[in-house]
Design a protein around this ligand. Structure first.
Ligand SMILES: Nc1nc2c(ncn2[C@@H]2O[C@H](COP(=O)(O)OP(=O)(O)O)[C@@H](O)[C@H]2O)c(=O)[nH]1
Ligand SMILES: [Mg+2]
Length: 250
């Protein structure tokens, strides 16, 4: 099968409820686009029947692929999807599609004007609908930490929609080690080390009350992971593997 132009990667954890509507929206949208696309659902660690259910939709949607891992973690799922994708451009998207599908063309050529495009709820032009103040506040505190420790220039690293050209996706995700929620920071940190251009695209964003994040438990893990990213960088773990290999040979 020739490579599709676009791969849409959807990490899915206990998403049997939200997935049918999401996949319908995505495939209805793609039907009217003039490029080829594949959609990859990556399930891991669910206690519901997300995987079986997604599998059963393959007959309805021939361009749907479904992957499964045993151990949970959004980072782990996105990494697998990104590295197994075949598209020339690869976008990962949350299963609740809190951003309208009609925003997708902004993440790919001809509209894309960057190496990497990330959806942002914080730059001028973005609109947040229905988000409780507390959730927004915790997100802002975490962003402050991210800016101090890793990415001073980015205002929203945690929105669940990010697009990459294939070669850049492979370079970045191959070096990813964080398996939980902070993986976005790691990917963008490696991108910064490489000098890739990242653009924050303002989006309309609809808060969805059903969330897999537990603010108390996950904030702590994310903080530990932020420190891990800095440690990994110091140890040279993000250096290009090919460059490292050739250094060793000489
Ligand atoms: N495969 C997989 N996906 C996950 C895991 N944890 C979260 N996700 C997915 O990550 C996305 C974001 O989750 P969501 O609950 O919408 O987070 P929120 O919008 O930040 O509250 C959804 O598509 C989830 O199904 C996980 O352990 N494995
Ligand atoms: Mg969500």
């Amino acid at each position: 099968m020739p490579s599709p132009f676009l791969s849409i990667i959807i990490p899915a954890y206990n998403e049997a409820n939200r997935l049918p509507q999401t996949l319908k929206q995505v495939f209805d949208f793609l039907k009217n686009e003039d490029y080829s696309a594949e959609v990859i659902v990556v399930e891991n660690g669910s206690s519901d029947n997300t995987y079986e259910f997604a599998q059963s939709l393959k007959s309805k949607y021939p361009n749907l692929r479904v992957l499964r891992n045993n151990i949970a973690g959004k980072g782990k799922a996105v990494k697998r999807g990104m590295l197994e994708a075949r598209g020339e451009y690869r976008i990962f998207c949350d299963a609740d599609f809190s951003m309208p599908v009609t925003e997708i063309p902004r993440f790919i050529p001809p509209q894309l004007d960057s190496d990497i495009a990330i959806a942002s709820r914080e730059v001028k032009g973005a609109i947040r609908y229905d988000e409780p103040e507390f959730r927004h506040f915790t997100g802002r505190v975490f962003n402050l930490l991210i800016r101090i420790l890793a990415l001073p220039k980015l205002h929203d690293t945690q929105c669940g929609f990010k697009g990459f050209r294939a070669d850049i996706a492979e370079d970045l995700f191959k070096h990813q080690s964080i398996e939980g929620w902070a993986f976005d920071v790691e990917i963008l940190y490696i991108a910064k080390l490489r000098g890739y251009k990242v653009i924050e695209l303002p989006i309309p964003w609809y808060y969805n009350a059903e969330s897999k994040i537990s603010v108390l438990r996950d904030s702590w893990h994310m903080f530990i992971d932020l420190l891990k990213i800095r440690k990994n960088a110091r140890k040279g773990l993000y250096n290009r593997q090919d460059a490292e290999k050739s250094k060793k040979k000489n």
